[in-house]
Write a protein that binds this ligand. Structure first.
Ligand code: HEC
Ligand code: HEC
Ligand code: HEC
Ligand code: HEC
Length: 189
């Protein structure tokens, strides 16, 4: 007859079962504690999340909202080739500057060499993926060499940042290179 190997001790089983019970009860308690009460009311989400999103502060705005408070810039910006370019791209989000029709903090303004970096983020010939027909590209320092100035010149010494061709056109007119009305639309500067 074969010897009986079956153990009569089951303490190890009881330990495992106890651990499972503790984990199960703990899990149910944690679920009750951490899942918000309005979860699952309408679906697999928290009902209050919809309202939270609605009330979230809108950080970015359209150019129109900037222009309401900046009538002088409005005149220049809408009259120039940058009229479609976002104010916030070059400055910063509206929410950090104005809330409820009031200025709350200064808006960042790039100066000096930072202006060059900013302009080249859109106009650098190196960005090959961008079609030349959509945005005119320049190569540096060739662009400045062609104009026969030192390569330390900064873009806004010749281009108005808000209407880049404004001064170029005015200079050309002053030198008789283009006639007052020739070929150019008055709003395209
Ligand atoms: C292409 C980038 C660019 C865009 C687009 C742009 N700005 Fe600017 N803006 C600048 C830079 C750079 C200066 C600083 C000019 C300088 O020092 O010559 C500036 C200056 C200003 C200033 C004057 C601040 C100062 O202290 O000199 C105001 C106000 C302003 N921008 C508002 C706007 C508004 C409003 C818009 C949108 C309609 C806008 N900007 C669009 C780049 C831009
Ligand atoms: C509720 C009105 C209001 C709105 C909206 C507003 N601004 Fe201003 N902003 C001001 C006032 C007031 C000043 C200070 C006086 C001035 O320079 O004209 C100012 C100043 C600035 C300056 C100069 C730096 C500074 O903070 O003094 C820049 C640049 C500027 N605004 C850009 C913008 C841009 C870009 C937007 C849109 C994203 C915008 N502003 C929206 C009221 C506003
Ligand atoms: C966010 C991208 C962006 C930035 C940054 C930007 N530009 Fe522009 N720029 C444009 C667009 C878009 C046009 C209009 C292209 C068109 O309609 O042909 C334009 C047009 C121009 C033109 C006229 C080209 C032509 O002959 O039609 C000049 C010059 C120019 N930008 C200079 C600058 C300068 C200087 C800066 C820095 C102050 C700058 N840009 C920053 C997007 C940008
Ligand atoms: C010394 C003056 C000067 C400086 C500095 C200058 N530009 Fe120009 N840029 C011009 C002139 C003038 C034109 C017009 C070219 C023409 O009509 O022949 C021009 C044209 C452009 C054009 C249109 C190119 C095209 O193919 O039609 C872009 C884009 C441009 N500049 C961007 C910039 C940027 C970005 C900077 C700074 C990195 C800059 N420029 C610095 C004088 C300057």
């Amino acid at each position: 007859m074969e010897p009986e190997y079956k153990s009569k001790y089951n303490a190890h089983l009881i330990k495992v079962i106890l651990v499972l019970i503790v984990l199960g009860v703990g899990g149910i308690a944690a679920q009750a504690l951490f899942i918000p009460s309005d979860f699952g009311e309408y679906g697999h989400y928290r009902t209050g999340a919809v309202e939270d999103e609605i009330n979230r502060l809108v950080r970015n705005q359209t150019n129109e909202s900037c222009l309401k408070c900046h009538p002088f810039i409005k005149k220049i910006h809408l009259g120039g080739v940058h009229k479609t370019v976002s104010c916030e791209f070059c400055h910063g989000p509206n929410a950090d500057h104005a809330v409820d029709e009031k200025k709350i903090a200064d808006m960042p303004v790039k100066r000096g060499k930072d202006i060059k970096t900013l302009c080249l983020r859109c106009h650098n010939k190196i960005i090959r993926a961008r079609p030349e027909e959509s945005i005119k590209m320049i190569a540096m320092p060739q662009h400045l060499e062609e104009k026969r100035v030192q390569t330390t010149h900064i873009c806004n010494q010749c281009h108005h940042v808000h209407a880049p061709m404004k001064w170029v056109i005015e200079a050309k007119k002053a030198h008789g290179l283009i006639k007052e009305k020739e070929g150019l639309f008055p709003w395209m500067n």
